[in-house]
Design a protein around this ligand. Sequence first.
Ligand code: WTA
Length: 647
Amino acid sequence: MKSYPPPKEFVATARIKHSALEKLRKEGIRSPVEFWERQAEHLLWKKRWTKAFVRKHPHVQWFVGGTLNAAENCLDRHVTTWRKTKAALIWEGEPGEIRTLTYGQLHSEVCRCANVLTELGVKKGDVVAIYMGMVPEAVIAMLACARIGATHNVVFGGFSADALRERVIDSGAVCVITQDAAYRRGDTVLLKSAVDEALSKVKSVKNVIVYKRTTLSTPMKKGRDVWWHDVMCTASIVHKAPALPSEHPLFILYTSGSTGKPKGILHTTGGYLVQTTWTAQNVFDLRDDDIYFCTADIGWVTGHSYIVYGPLSNGATIVMYEGAPNWPKADRFWDMIERHRVTIFYTAPTAIRAFMKWGDQWPKAHDLTSLRLLGTVGEPINPEVWKWYHDVIGKERCPIVDTWWQTETGAIMIAPIPGATTTVPGTATQPLPGILADVVHKDGTSCKANEAGLLVIKHPWPSIARTVYGNDERYRQAYWSEFPPDKRSGRDGWYFTGDGARRDADGNIWIIGRVDDVVNVSGHRLGTAEVESALVAHPAIAEAAVVARPHEIKGQALVAFVTLKSSAKNVQLEDLREALRKRVADNIGHIAKPDEIRFAEALPKTRSGKIMRRLLRELVTAGTISGDTTTLEDLSVIESLKGNDEE
Ligand code: WTA
């Protein structure tokens, strides 16, 4: 397959060139802890750590004894330099308005918001839920929480009221920051009313702060709700950032796992900031004159690490966009890149597949020569799509960094260093320095070249998730039970990613996909079990099994197989289909609605009664079953499922 060495012009000014990368890799392998300690030197610490790494399986701590403040690292240390007047954030609303906040202005707003939160009684260690669209106030709210040591819990604005309630209750949030409504594809998404619905029976939340984005009228609950503009305008812009321990909880972010209940992934301060800062700087080769545009939503980990903490800690200029990529037309991103002279563009393969489908005429109508680096995240990128991105968007000049990482890893783990790595379409290439990744068999032995196996990380890294909030056991089970510490071989526990992969003869890692029941729809991570729970909660449904099939744009699409209760045999199937889709949207959000719902007489089960999702997966992918059916209880079930194609 064709490979792409870094372009000469790029290498000329690159932060890390080939020989430097080799040296860093060696250092990282010799001692990952010392490697990361050296990177930690670049942050502003109030007190230096005494021990860089402490491990008590399955828990780890980094930079123990050190204190710092994440917001101070992202703001105050720039405000004391020429960057005070540099643009930190260029924001564009969907209807077209543009706001620019300098580091000085962003700092003032964050200080104000920190004072507001304190005034409302939010204290260090409290959890604050943030349920907002893509507005600068979401960034301000996150950094204000970080500043006072409150732990933010950002809930994606596309999640439903039920999903929000579950996340507020599980995290014990005391305050919710939201907005009246958000603009999306020319329409409004009502966020505050979803908050009202979510909080109807929640006791922990004392206050809701509401940012007014639209002209819609919004009911406010007396004694609980306050307007953002009312409280912010009287708050002081002076706020002293307290010193927080390196292991102080910075945020909780819920993500899908293989059971029905989402996991509250907990990240802490020092290690997370060290690794997001280093990776943002070096994977994106960030320089002061860059205009960096990451299209992720703030509600996902990419928004946390590569809109907020990583870039701002580096003093970069970020572009943030509120709305849909095809509003008002399919060239919105290209138009923005041209107008803002964007130099670095970071997006998801699912988005690139959509751009391809919309047609080359849209990017071709714009001057994209400001771009110098492209990035992707969230799912494997097919080589043809990579090539299109490279040729049509990057005009064959821009390196592409395909970045592999997870909510749990906090920061990029496997990716090219753009001025040093020869890239090959479809692989995120090699682990970054300080990251000891391997592809192994179930017994822990390393796979040979091109052999498929499980992707593991053999040494903990600074931004690793510290636990599943309130559930250490689930943390151990989900990430450490596959390769636990083993006294006989002397193996420390290895982190299991949940991904299958293979490593080629050049050492490049190719992600095959998840080996658990987690699927990736349009770059959004979903647990099939969550969708099944939503379906089974419907009174007409006896059983449900949800699997994914490949989809041209979304990457994967959900297919639900459901069986009806005998009491429901007379229902109208079309009405029921709609009702089931709505139920999933209400329980989780629109992103989780199955593309297809198939009604079945029975689901294929093993003799011990387990649903054989593997067979269903095969059925929806290949249209037939060729795999092993020896444990199947009743073979006729498969025949009847085949004939049940809808639409
Ligand atoms: C997948 C997103 C291939 C992978 C930051 C992982 C990828 C899951 C890539 C995490 C990539 C992410 N190539 N697959 N470059 N990046 N993935 O937690 O399956 O939303 O386990 O984090 O996305 O998804 P999450």
